[in-house]
Design a protein around this ligand. Structure first.
Ligand SMILES: [Mg+2]
Length: 448
C-alpha cells in the first residue's frame, strides 16, 4: 500500500496557468527541425572552423544515436547515459559503443561516474569546469551526434585517441549553438538556423488544433490568468507563436514574457522591461504591468504579484507547463511554490498499454527520432532494477519524479479533457515513482 497520500492535480483549482512556448505549446515538425539544427551546427564547423564538408551526413543515418539527456565526458571523448544513482548504463567513444570490459577499465568496476553528484545537484548543462555537458531539448540534441563525429574525426587524424577533447568540444558544438541561436541573428537574418526557419515556417511548425485554442480561451473564461514565458526574444517568439496559434496569438494570454532566460526568470530578480517593437526599453515595476502586455525579461516574484492583482488571489496557485527538466521543471520546483506539468514526447514515442493509445501512430517516423535502441528507454533500464518495482531508474527519470507533478505527452492531449479532470501526481518522496504519468505509464514501466 502506498505510504503517501495520493495527490491530484486539477487545472480548475489554479489561479494562473503558464506556458513555455517551444516544444510545449509550439510543436515542431521534429524531423525538419532536428535536421535544420544539425545542418546549422555542421555549417558552423565547416564555414567558421574549417572542418571538411565530409563531416556532414544525412541525419536519418544517425537517428538512433540521437537521444535526449546523454552526457558527454569531454576529457575522454565518451558519450554516456547514466542511472539515477550515477552508474554508467551505456557509453560510446565517438560513435563507437564501448563494451563492458572497456567501460570498467575506464570508469572502475562499479561504473560510477565521477561528476554524477554535481550533475544531479545543479541540473545545469554548463558546469563541472567544462568536463561534461548534456543537451536536454530538441533545439540542441543533434549536438550529441556532431560531438561523436568530431571525436571520430580527430581520432582518425591523430591515429588514436587524444589526451583530452575538452577544448575541441567546447570550441565546436556549444560554440555553434550559441552562434546559431544568438538573438540578434533572427532580425539580422544571420547564423545558420534562423534564416532557414524564417524562409519556410510552414516546413517547421505544426499549427495548434482548434480544440487547443478553444481550451486556452476556456481557461481565460474561468478567470484564470493565462501567461506565456519564453526564453526566445520577441521576434522569434512572434514567428513561432503566430505560426502555431495564428496572427491573433497574443489574445490567448493575459501577459507575455519574452527573453525570460529560464532558469534565470525563476532564479534572478531581473526587472520586467517594456518593449518598443523588438527593442528592450525601460524597466516596469509590477504595479505598472498591464493585462495583455508583452514584456521582456522579468521574474516570477513580480509575476505572482501581477496574478494577485488580476485575480484577487492573495497567494495565487500557479501551474506551469514546460518541456525542459533543466530550464523549466528544476527551477520551478526548487525556486517557486508553483506546480509543474512536464510535456514529454518520449511518453508517446515509447508507447503505452494498448488500451491507452491516444492516437493512431501518424508520426511514426518522427517517433523513430525520439526513440533510441542504442541508448534504450528514457525512463527505465530493467537490468538496473534489483527491486523489480519498475520505478524510473535513469538519471532523467528520477528528476521527473522529483521535479514534476504530472507528465503528459502533449498539450493537445490535455486540451481534450475537461478542466476539472483530476490527474494523479508523482509521489516526490518515493524514488522513481511513476504515478504522475497521464494518460498512462510508458510501456517500459509496466509490469507486463
Ligand atoms: Mg521549451
Amino acid at each position: 500500500m502506498n505510504r503517501f497520500c495520493a495527490r491530484q492535480l486539477c487545472l480548475s483549482a489554479y489561479d494562473a496557468i503558464g506556458f513555455d512556448l517551444d516544444h510545449t505549446l509550439a510543436k515542431y515538425n521534429l524531423i525538419n527541425q532536428l535536421q535544420l539544427t544539425y545542418d546549422s551546427i555542421i555549417d558552423y564547423l565547416v564555414k567558421v572552423k574549417g572542418y571538411p564538408e565530409t563531416m556532414r551526413s544525412d541525419l536519418h543515418t544517425h537517428k538512433d544515436f540521437i537521444a535526449k539527456g546523454l552526457f558527454i565526458d569531454t576529457e575522454r571523448g565518451n558519450i554516456i547515459k547514466i542511472s539515477h544513482s550515477g552508474k554508467i548504463l551505456r557509453a560510446s567513444h565517438g560513435t563507437h559503443m564501448l563494451p563492458q570490459d572497456k567501460l570498467t577499465s575506464i570508469y572502475g568496476d562499479k561504473l560510477i561516474w565521477e561528476h554524477f553528484n554535481e550533475a544531479r545537484d545543479t541540473v545545469r548543462a554548463r558546469c563541472g569546469e567544462g568536463k561534461f555537458a548534456f543537451w536536454d531539448n530538441f533545439f540542441d540534441v543533434p549536438g550529441i551526434i556532431v560531438c561523436a563525429q568530431l571525436i571520430d574525426y580527430h581520432d582518425k587524424q591523430n591515429n588514436g585517441p587524444l589526451d583530452s577533447y575538452k577544448s575541441i568540444i567546447w570550441e565546436s558544438v556549444p560554440a555553434a549553438l550559441s552562434h546559431n541561436y544568438w538573438f540578434e541573428y533572427f532580425g539580422a537574418n544571420k547564423g545558420y538556423f534562423f534564416p532557414g526557419i524564417k524562409s519556410r515556417p510552414e516546413k517547421y511548425y505544426r499549427p495548434c488544433s482548434d480544440r487547443l485554442k478553444q481550451w486556452l480561451k476556456d481557461l481565460k473564461k474561468l478567470n484564470k490568468c493565462v501567461f506565456l514565458t519564453t526564453s526566445s526574444h520577441i521576434d522569434f517568439a512572434s514567428l513561432t507563436a503566430s505560426s502555431v496559434l495564428g496572427p491573433d496569438w497574443k489574445s490567448y494570454f493575459d501577459i507575455i514574457m519574452s527573453n525570460a532566460r529560464k532558469p534565470g526568470f525563476f532564479r534572478d530578480n531581473k526587472p520586467f522591461l517594456s518593449l518598443d517593437g523588438i527593442k528592450e526599453c525601460d524597466s516596469v515595476p509590477y504595479t505598472d504591468l498591464k493585462q495583455h502586455g508583452v514584456y521582456s525579461s522579468g521574474n516570477h516574484i513580480d509575476l505572482e504579484k501581477f496574478v494577485t492583482k488580476l485575480t484577487g488571489a492573495e497567494t495565487p496557485k500557479i501551474v506551469y507547463f514546460g518541456d525542459s527538466l533543466c530550464s523549466d521543471a528544476y527551477p520551478v520546483k526548487t525556486m517557486t511554490n508553483w506546480d509543474m506539468v512536464l510535456v514529454l514526447e518520449e511518453m508517446e514515442a515509447e508507447g503505452y498499454h494498448p488500451e491507452h493509445e491516444i492516437q493512431e501512430k501518424s508520426y511514426a517516423e518522427e517517433e523513430s527520432f525520439v526513440l533510441s535502441e542504442i541508448w534504450g528507454s528514457f525512463f527505465y533500464h530493467p537490468e538496473e532494477d534489483p527491486l523489480h518495482n519498475r520505478h524510473m531508474n535513469t538519471f532523467w527519470g528520477e528528476l521527473i519524479t522529483k521535479y514534476c507533478d504530472i507528465a503528459i505527452p502533449s498539450v493537445e492531449y490535455i486540451a481534450n479533457l475537461p478542466l476539472d479532470h483530476k490527474f494523479p501526481c508523482f509521489v516526490h518522496e518515493e524514488d522513481g515513482n511513476t504515478d504522475g504519468f497521464s494518460p498512462a505509464k510508458p510501456k517500459p514501466l509496466l509490469n507486463n
